[in-house]
Write a protein that binds this ligand. Structure first.
Ligand SMILES: [Zn+2]
Length: 223
């Protein structure tokens, strides 16, 4: 999942901390689970609710339980540690895609795909008739780190673009997602934010600091 605090993806491992009422015939249960993000160490708490496969739910082994309704209740608002170097125009959509993740992975993935396309067009200056073509062009650029290219390219397989041409032609369309696709899409966008905005801004700050030192030493400045 994507941590709602820091926005970094991690492998979720929920612990059931309390299970509440199971309805009179034992078929519907409610529980509270928590997980800790290994990146920022912040807790995430969710309420789970739904049909219970067996009454062991009360014994705390939640493996057998099918609680299909899962809502994150903490953090209440999405308090994300998104860098200030990311332009607001992208940040707003990204936060929206994160918020939608638990309620509607479909809508979240659609927003992420649109964001991905916008980044490729506006920041990488890539043209093309479809997202697939734009991704192909992006991946043929030797200046871009291969790890980033591979992760962007993988969205075509993970999202099964071949079977869902709308994802490719009309990126913002809300349609079925494959398992893990919504999270992968968000993660790709995060990687691109890092590449297009965060790293260059960090390097620029570093350069500015060095220039202040060089200036004080009476040496020529970096360009
Ligand atoms: Zn986190």
């Amino acid at each position: 999942m994507i941590c709602p605090h820091c926005g970094v993806a991690f492998h979720e491992d929920w612990s059931l901390v309390a299970n509440g009422p199971v309805c009179f015939d034992g078929t519907i249960g409610t529980g509270i689970e928590y997980d800790i993000c290994p990146e920022c160490n912040e807790p995430i708490i969710r309420v789970v609710h739904g049909p219970v496969e067996n009454e062991d739910f009360l014994e705390d082994d939640n493996e057998e339980v099918i609680l299909d309704d899962k809502k994150i209740v903490y953090p209440y608002s999405i308090e994300i540690g998104l860098s200030e170097d990311i332009p607001d125009i992208y940040k707003e959509d990204f936060i929206e895609a994160m918020k939608l993740m638990s309620q509607s992975p479909k809508a979240s993935a659609a927003l992420s795909r649109r964001l991905l396309q916008k980044l490729l067009i506006d920041e990488a200056k890539i043209k093309g008739a479809s997202l697939s073509i734009q991704i192909e062009k992006f991946c043929s650029n030797d200046d871009i780190p291969s790890v980033l290219k591979e992760s962007v390219d993988a969205i075509r397989n993970i999202g099964n673009f071949a079977a869902h041409p709308l994802k490719d032609k009309n990126t913002g369309e809300i349609i079925e997602v494959e398992p893990g696709e919504a999270e992968w899409s968000l993660d790709i966008v995060r990687g691109l934010f890092d590449y297009f905005f965060i790293q260059p801004a960090r390097l620029q700050r570093r350069r500015d600091e060095l220039n202040i030192k060089l200036k004080s030493m009476g040496k020529p400045l970096l360009k």
